[in-house]
Write a protein that binds this ligand. Sequence first.
Ligand SMILES: C[C@](O)(CO)[C@H](O)COP(=O)(O)OP(=O)(O)OC[C@H]1O[C@@H](n2ccc(N)nc2=O)[C@H](O)[C@@H]1O
Ligand SMILES: Nc1ncnc2c1ncn2[C@@H]1O[C@H](COP(=O)(O)OP(=O)(O)OP(=O)(O)O)[C@@H](O)[C@H]1O
Length: 291
Amino acid sequence: MADDPSGWLHVPAPAKLNLFLHITGQRDDGYHNLQTLFQFIDRCDELSFRLRDDDQLTLEPQVDGVAFEDNLIIRAARALQQIGLQQHGNLPGADIRLKKILPMGGGLGGGSSDAATTLLTLNALWQLQLSFNELADIGLRLGADVPVFVRGQAAFAEGVGEQLTPTPQLDEPWYLVVVPQVHVNTGKIFSNKCLTRDTEIINIRTALRREGNNDCQAVVSTLYPEVGKALNLLNNFSHAKLTGTGACIFSSFGSEAEAIRVSDQLPAEYVSFVAKGVNTSPAHKILFRPS
Ligand SMILES: C[C@](O)(CO)[C@H](O)COP(=O)(O)OP(=O)(O)OC[C@H]1O[C@@H](n2ccc(N)nc2=O)[C@H](O)[C@@H]1O
Ligand SMILES: Nc1ncnc2c1ncn2[C@@H]1O[C@H](COP(=O)(O)OP(=O)(O)OP(=O)(O)O)[C@@H](O)[C@H]1O
């Protein structure tokens, strides 16, 4: 593990891309059934953890606009702490530091990934020995995207995103990710009446063979014109797609140099970054690397 002499354990929380996102129906509880292909990128929030002498949880710095108890990091830690207390009777608290790199409301799953890294790391530090299945179940209650980050493998996902089939065979290209400066509200997109919810269900072989679309793209582009504008711009260079419910869009390239060349041609007001697609979560690479 990425330990340092001062006792802090440093573990990344990577972003994900939805290489396609099909909405295939809606459940009675309002949630949508979807099919999607998740891949991680090596762009990450940076979290650090240290056990305390008392039983408190702390988080520094706080995330702007998110109350301490609402932060997915604290919600994940509390959920695990409750289980740990039942198992062990008492548990030390933890200091957690967060360097927020991933844009919020960007469709990159940053909050979900922070939650998953917290579950995985505190499970190890508190020696709870919960399985990935148990951690993914806890994570699903925090958000639909948490389980894929807990399991840490690129995957074809069904249900609300929790039924995962690993896809280690995916290419690992370079991505140019454009970050329109708007915060998309996921609930607002899923409740929009113009969203199509009847895309044909496909099997994993088809999913891996053909390039799917993002069914949220049309609605997001209408509600957030900055996203539509960025899609049009990037499409001039390479096929561009929305990730999740946006706002971020991405294109894939065979090399880092090609991705950088396109990013250099974007007008200066566009925020973007280049990252590598990876089929194993960088958090897993740190926490579970052979010693
Ligand atoms: C669009 C994706 O990013 C694809 O990876 C995820 O499905 C969204 O996952 P997430 O951000 O973790 O979303 P959640 O926090 O679980 O849900 C936010 C809101 O979006 C709606 N929602 C979300 C996921 C889903 N499959 N159907 C929905 O209708 C619900 O109204 C929910 O209250
Ligand atoms: N640690 C956290 N980091 C980011 N957002 C958080 C965190 N904890 C709670 N949130 C809340 O979760 C919301 C969604 O954040 P997130 O960055 O995961 O969005 P997203 O990338 O659009 O996610 P998704 O792709 O899963 O829809 C934020 O607007 C914020 O209110």
